[in-house]
Design a binder for this molecule. Sequence first.
Ligand SMILES: Cc1cc2nc3c(=O)[nH]c(=O)nc-3n(C[C@H](O)[C@H](O)[C@H](O)COP(=O)(O)OP(=O)(O)OC[C@H]3O[C@@H](n4cnc5c(N)ncnc54)[C@H](O)[C@@H]3O)c2cc1C
Length: 379
Amino acid sequence: MNLHEESRPLVVVGAGPAGLCAAMEAAGAGLPPLVLDEGSQGGGQLVKQIHRFFGSREHGAGKRGFEIAVELVSGCLEGGAEIRLGHRVLGFFRDGRLLVDGGEGVFLLRPGATILATGAVERSFPFPGWTLPGVMGAGAAQTLVNLHGVLPGKRALMVGAGNVGLIVAYQLLQAGMEVAGVIEVSRRVGGYLVHAERLRREGVPLFLRHRVVAAEGGKEVESVLVEDMETGALKRFLVDTLCLAVGMAPQAELAAMRGCRLVHVPELGGFLPWHDREMRTDHPGVYVAGDLAGVEEASVAMDEGRLAGLAAARDAGVLDPGKAAARMREIGARLELLRGGPFGEPRRRAKERLCSLPGSARGREDGDRVRRKGRLKKR
Ligand SMILES: Cc1cc2nc3c(=O)[nH]c(=O)nc-3n(C[C@H](O)[C@H](O)[C@H](O)COP(=O)(O)OP(=O)(O)OC[C@H]3O[C@@H](n4cnc5c(N)ncnc54)[C@H](O)[C@@H]3O)c2cc1C
């Protein structure tokens, strides 16, 4: 079968904050890209975030996520980028072509350069009853409530006291659900205390050093059994919804298909494509940005996107290297600030370690497990 094929100087996969900022920067530098996203709205995770963002003005602090998404999409279109929604990239072949499902058919794209900004996926973990209806990722619950206006149930228990768990628990309350509590295996709250305080004020208890033993019920969740890890005592919560907010992992399949080198970095969410400080992978013309390049925050995703867009434009010969370097220094300094403080510091160190691994090297590197398609090496 002969598939229709299009050529484009630059294709960006993913219209989240990373992809949109990459597209805006590349377009501004004279390389307007084609942006593809499988979703029906541009903005990635931002479209379902109704809380006000922290951070600086450049990253939309004080605005709600969905408002930032609208601004980024307009900025891209005004800059000359083309955005095609409802377009899922199914494959990234070794010859550099992308296989795209545009809804009405499958076609091939031959990009001069490609920026992958596919974000992250929610993690889960197995326990008795984990397949019962009512057990879901916190992000899935957030999508139901904030995008589709549907409550996942009447009473929920949240697993995980990181930012996602705390924010989504509060949003479930705002939407009209009861939240029986937030349980967390570690000794401390992982997210910002301001989010934890908000829940406490609403009377939602936080249980540190507690773990899920089982979700119970006939056809769907009716209760959840939880263990106090200090005393061994068991508690039963009568809930119909169990939300898991136990971390995100970079969505690295397309990078892996292309043959990009993947490196395991626990502080950044697991396996992710190796990249340098300019977001270039070990394959010339393939760049990464955002949660795919390490799970952090939207503000970081935006700035990494900008770096990838600049690098792609410079490498394509449309942006003066001196101008690119000056703008990259400015963005690099902002990223240093974003990665400051007790939350950012471990990620800053991990990113530093990753970027200083030699790009052309194959095989094992200090302290890292390096996987090439289907092959995992342990040191
Ligand atoms: C509940 C919650 C609250 C948060 N609050 C904050 C906050 O207050 N401040 C902050 O800075 N950050 C916050 N974040 C984090 C932030 O949302 C993410 O870090 C950010 O969205 C990552 O951007 P991204 O562009 O890398 O990925 P995403 O936003 O996930 O976008 C990736 C896009 O790629 C598309 N895609 C993936 N695969 C394909 C494919 N094969 N073909 C086509 N399209 C594809 C997806 O549809 C998606 O639109 C929060 C996250 C959550 C879950």
